[in-house]
Design a binder for this molecule. Structure first.
Ligand code: AMP
Length: 157
């Protein structure tokens, strides 16, 4: 699947004398400001949270996109030919922990899902979105995220 390979690659342009690390830092700060202005920022980064660490580029991931509100990257243990995660930058433990002040974050998450579907050309194929909430439902990472899976026929439930 060509689109998978394309999406796995990450490109960025560095200005003269700028290291990758410096560029990443600058970009991160810019995104933080925009996110705060839009009401999708806030929520302290947690060193003990793997998704916070990925968002901050302190842990590796294969990114599909990053914007001021969300990031999307490939799941490390895929359960379908396409399996990625869309994660808001704000650390919210689960959907159950979101509140009225997170309206913009939740909206941005939905649009992040749409963006992934467009970028990976999943719209014609169809795709499923899953948010596990709580251990009994299978949540294992306690930073709100949505799974996007596609590339095969799914049964229900
Ligand atoms: P959940 O079980 O709904 O909390 O989903 C967590 C997902 O995160 C699982 O599908 C894991 O495979 C995935 N995951 C955990 N650590 C990483 C990581 N470092 N990079 C990418 N995906 C991860």
């Amino acid at each position: 699947m060509v689109f998978l390979e394309e999406a796995h690659g990450q490109t960025r342009n560095l200005s003269q004398n700028e290291t990758q690390e410096e560029a990443t830092k600058k970009e991160g700060k810019g995104k933080e400001k925009v996110a705060k202005a839009q009401g999708t920022g806030g929520g302290k980064m947690r060193e003990d949270c793997i998704f916070c660490r990925i968002i901050e580029h302190k842990a590796p991931a294969k990114f599909i996109f990053e914007d001021e509100d969300c990031v999307a990257f490939w799941d490390i243990h895929p359960i379908a030919p396409v399996h990625c995660l869309v994660v808001p930058r704000k650390h919210i433990e689960s959907l159950a922990d979101a509140d009225l002040s997170d309206k913009a974050v939740l909206g941005a998450l939905m649009l992040g899902i749409r963006r992934v579907a467009m970028e990976l050309q999943l719209v014609d194929k169809g795709f499923r979105t899953i948010i596990n909430t709580g251990r009994l439902a299978g949540q294992s990472v306690f930073h709100l995220h949505c799974h996007v899976i596609s590339g095969k026929r799914f049964s229900w439930p």
